[in-house]
Design a protein around this ligand. Sequence first.
Ligand code: SF4
Ligand code: MG
Length: 306
Amino acid sequence: ENLSKDFPVEFDVFGRPVKFLRAVQDVSFTVEENTVFSIVGESGSGKSTIARILCGIHKPTTGSIQFMGTALKGSGHREIQMVFQDPDSSLDPRKTVLFSIEEGLRIQKMGSKEERRKLVLEILKAVRLTEDVLSKYPHQLSGGQKQRVAIARCLVLRPKLLILDEPTSALDVSVQAQILNLLMELKREFALTYILITHDLKVVYHLSDHTMVMYLGQVMEMGETERIIQDPLHPYTKALVAAIPTAGTDNLNDFSLKGEIPSPLNPPKGCPFKTRCDFAFSKCDEKPPLIDFRGRKVRCHLYAEV
Ligand code: SF4
Ligand code: MG
């Protein structure tokens, strides 16, 4: 609810912050249990900052989070876990797979040594890895195996919500589909809810129920995924959808939008998308509100609430 996050970027001689970067600006959304909610946008859109706020790495500057009926406070929550883009960043190269998967259980002081081993073996099976990986180190595993270990590390804590931050973009294309299929199987098996952060609108289309499109820290459009992809309203969403690679071509994992995303340090006045929008007109110098339009939310002066 109304999440904002400012990062200090300039300090005076006393070390006091004098300039801030507004990474996330007044973002509100609801994720229904057992669904997949996608957050889409280019780098600098604020999507990873939201992920880090939700799992307690960052404290929001304003706003609040309700999780299953109670306000989330402080850092970290067992029932909310995050799978990072690059499995190498979540696995310690000097620790065995067993150590890594079991670590959260030890920190949470869950179970005896034998019970923990049993839980680890169960999760290992769930992510389709065999027992022989337990004594291995990350460098002895393939990229796909490492991401399975990173997923197991989260799952062993029996979370309700998994935040997936570009979970396949560091992997070979051939492995990406395997990991996505595994994630969808695990979602059913463990009754999980996902927040999926990605560049890849094809993945969004196939996997998610609802989608939020972000640009320079603000929500541009939000609603049912199918409707957003079939009939995008916001000019930014239209450009993203137009850039979805068609079957047989490589997914460039990049949007072919004209121009560069402006610096979040110096965002355009009025509509943040103004500098790249084919539809911009005089009114776009004023900041458009996020309105309800045909059952979804959109922030653009081309649409008016009726
Ligand atoms: Fe384009 Fe104006 Fe809509 Fe912004 S408000 S997306 S500049 S038409
Ligand atoms: Mg990111």
